[in-house]
Design a protein around this ligand. Structure first.
Ligand code: AMP
Length: 304
């Protein structure tokens, strides 16, 4: 059941119509790890930070049983920084600043005790860095899930395509799916992307839910209509954490179980957006998570 995650650990500054949060804990690896920790433990994280990264942020991770021994701390280095601002609809985000800092020279080293991981989550990163993690494992994991973004599709397509050949599940948003495939209709986009390597494709559509394609089937999970959305940062990563966390706990990689995983992912994303940064992803109880899962069942159950 061992889960290995590679992804950024970052400082984020976020502005939304509901306020501002400066220099808070962020990063894809952080969100994935915290979210997955509600479903399976421990989560092994491979990442990099600078010497400016505070102990309290490490403590937040270890309190969720995240194994941080794979996080390299670069002496004298500065942690990756990202700043973004959401427009009024909360669906559109403008990146204000990206400072790669220690990420610019990151060459991941997977500690020996993590090299037998059964489940691998390749968080949004330079495709060649994602592959370097996969190469260091003793055996091919039972399931490899990859996330990526428009930036890598745009500038690193060849590397990305190489990675896709080794990936089981790709999770991207609708805009990225269209960009990667050159197709507008999502079923057509999915068909092309599945021909690139992954057996399954998850297309995230923000407040409009998520689609799962594979084995000539398609499944749709809605997003929960929430009373309050404050900060969508990390929603996609929280989704991935819930998705893979459920699969790892159950040990079942069938399409039927992936449908359930889509609901687990959507539930974790729904928590994430309710507060700034990782605030809502800490301190949830099992009852909180179960109640939220039950709301999804209620939302979609009907008789004809
Ligand atoms: P999401 O909202 O799911 O797209 O993820 C947001 C997180 O991704 C933030 O916490 C950022 O620190 C991180 N992030 C932003 N830009 C990048 C990038 N170019 N590479 C990797 N991670 C990034």
């Amino acid at each position: 059941m061992s889960v290995l995650v590679v992804g950024t650990v970052a400082f984020d500054s976020v502005e939304s119509p509901f306020g501002k949060a400066e220099h808070i804990l962020g990063g894809a690896g952080t969100y994935i790890g915290l979210s997955a920790s509600y479903h399976t433990r421990p989560i092994h994280l491979v990442s990099v930070v600078g010497e400016d990264f505070p102990q309290e942020h490490f403590d937040r991770m270890t309190s969720h049983d995240i194994d941080i021994s794979g996080i390299e701390i670069v002496k004298g280095g500065k942690t990756f920084f990202w700043a973004g601002k959401y427009r009024d609809d909360l669906n559109t985000r403008d990146t204000l600043d990206t400072q790669l800092n220690v990420l610019a020279d990151f060459s991941p080293v997977v500690p020996e005790h993590m090299r037998d991981a059964e489940y691998l989550m390749l968080g949004n990163l330079l495709p060649s860095v994602q592959m370097r993690v996969l190469e260091q494992l003793h055996a091919r994991p039972k399931l490899v899930v990859m996330d990526t973004m428009n930036f890598w599709i745009d500038g690193f397509l060849d590397d990305l395509k190489e990675g896709l050949r080794l990936t089981d599940v790709l999770t991207i948003n609708d805009e990225e799916a269209r960009m990667l495939s050159g197709e507008y209709a999502l079923p057509a986009a999915a068909k092309k992307i599945l021909e690139m390597g992954p057996r399954y494709l998850v297309i995230k559509k923000g407040e409009h839910g998520a689609l799962l394609f594979g084995e000539d089937q398609v499944f749709y999970a809605p997003a929960l209509p929430l009373d309050e959305v404050v900060d969508p940062t990390g929603a996609g990563d929280s989704f991935a954490g819930g998705f893979l966390g459920h699969i790892a706990r159950s040990g079942d990689i069938s399409f039927e179980n992936m449908k359930r995983a889509l609901i687990y992912g959507s539930a974790m994303a729904s928590f994430c957006v309710e507060k700034f940064g990782t605030e809502r992803l800490v301190g949830l109880t099992e009852a909180d998570v179960n109640q939220r899962l039950a709301r999804f069942t209620e939302l979609t159950r009907f008789d004809l």
